[in-house]
Design a protein around this ligand. Structure first.
Ligand code: SAJ
Length: 408
């Protein structure tokens, strides 16, 4: 591939599906990554993924020579940065990977090129990318286009959402917005909403922060209801019968690499002003600790009843949400680890039917474990657990995810 139509920088959870999707729309796509393993895996179609269709679409794109991955940078008219923006210190976003890409791509840019940032980023990052590029390429000053266009896809439905979701397009100036709109209109069926780069950056953060705040409300309710001896699931079901009320579901905390992370991007930049956003993070983090305390209380009280003999506990679900195999920032995993650390693995069974293995934890069959346990702790509402006869069993059930009320 001599001169690709577009380059994707970062071939991870979002970068690779985006590259493959663009290739399926007949773009010649070149993907850059720092990992030789990732690059070779893609070029040989040897990837591990549960994203439906990803491997087949990659295989087709490779056959048609529409996609190629590599370590080195190249020239192209459209550059899309989709690298990670992790944390440094305590919950402070680290944009150094984005900055490095901007530094390295400078030599390959030409008049009229479009540089798009898709990575979740603190407000001002697109301006920073422009600054870095112009520092190195004074000759191109004001001759390039820059835009921030966040992705909003849900893992598990990436291709559908890449095509159908509305997109927010934040150009650094009007011409950049229009140029980026032209690019996205060639493969997105959803509406394209134009704004400036700073608003688009904040919009991505706010979408996830707003969901975090709403989940915190549900989690706070679950803690209040326990004290008030009210079933929180019944309560939410009834309250949601009001036409303008839509309370989300409580759980064992908030996980994944988006909702549990993005609010800190706002908080770290605007700590004094982000009162609800900061509190919501605290409540959702506290909810995992609260669940662990309830498990402890239940184990200790049963132990006392049995004159200090061991009790058999089974924990159900480790992933960060139902019916996936992803444990990134998973509160369920943290709770299970804490229980194992506190009580040892002899009498604690851990069940996660969506994973074949996980580091440092022996996984057990969920049916056998349910039959043998005295305390069953449900952390994640996986569909497969509904095949257990939970309601009719005489076990001590700790239901932190609504498995008893929220049948699928
Ligand atoms: N959760 C609850 N109660 C609920 C809903 C969710 O406790 O009622 C928990 C889940 O169990 C999970 C966490 O929240 O631990 C996040 O799950 P999720 O399905 O709500 O969201 P993610 O992290 O998989 O994806 C989000 C999406 N953003 C929004 O819905 C606003 C997705 O559209 C974004 O593209 C993605 O973040 C991202 O990449 O930013």
């Amino acid at each position: 591939m001599n001169r690709p139509d577009c380059i994707i920088y970062g071939l991870g959870y979002i970068g690779l599906p985006t590259a493959v999707y663009l290739a399926s729309k007949d773009f010649n796509v070149y993907g850059v990554d720092i990992s030789l393993d990732i690059v070779e895996g893609i070029n040989n179609c040897n990837i591990e993924t549960k994203e439906e269709g990803l491997k087949d679409m990659l295989s087709l794109a490779l056959k048609k020579k529409r996609i190629k991955a590599g370590l080195e940078y190249k020239k192209s008219s459209t550059h899309i940065i989709v690298v990670p923006t992790p944390f440094k210190n305590k919950n402070e976003p680290d944009i150094s990977i984005v900055e490095n890409v901007a530094r390295k791509m400078g030599n390959f840019l030409r008049v009229g090129d479009l540089v798009i940032l898709e990575s979740t980023s603190p407000v001002g990052t697109t301006e920073r990318v422009r600054e870095i590029i112009y520092e190195n390429r004074l000759d191109l000053k004001d001759k390039l286009f820059f835009a921030y266009c966040p992705e909003r896809v849900l893992p598990g439905r990436i291709f559908e959402e890449l095509r159908l979701n509305d997109r927010v397009i934040g150009g650094i100036d009007e011409e950049s917005s229009n140029k980026a709109k032209l690019f996205y209109s060639s493969f997105v069926d959803g509406n394209l909403h134009l704004t400036n780069a700073r608003t688009a950056e904040m919009c991505k953060l706010v979408e996830n922060a707003s969901r975090d705040v709403q989940i915190a409300f549900a989690n706070e309710l679950s803690i209040i209801c326990q004290k008030a001896k009210i079933d929180v699931w019944d309560l939410i079901y009834l309250a949601n019968k009001h036409p303008r009320v839509q309370i989300l579901s409580p759980g064992c905390g908030v996980g994944g690499h988006c909702i549990a992370v993005d609010p800190y991007f706002i908080y770290s930049q605007y700590p004094l002003e982000s009162k609800i956003i900061g509190q919501a993070r605290e409540i959702n983090n506290y909810k995992s600790f609260w669940c662990f305390e309830k498990i402890q209380d239940q184990i200790n009280s049963l132990k006392q009843n049995k004159e200090n003999q061991d009790v058999n506990v089974a924990i159900f679900g480790l992933t960060f949400k139902p019916d996936i195999d992803d444990v990134r920032e998973s509160p369920a995993l943290e709770i299970a680890k804490k229980v194992l650390q506190t009580y040892g693995s002899k009498n604690i069974k851990v069940c996660e039917p969506n994973l074949s293995k996980i580091d440092n934890i022996d996984l057990s069959d969920f049916r056998t474990s349910f039959n043998q346990c005295e305390i069953a702790v449900f952390l994640v509402n996986h569909s497969i657990f509904h095949s257990l006869n939970i309601e009719k069993s005489k076990k001590n059930i700790l239901d932190f995810c609504g498995i008893l009320k929220n049948k699928k």
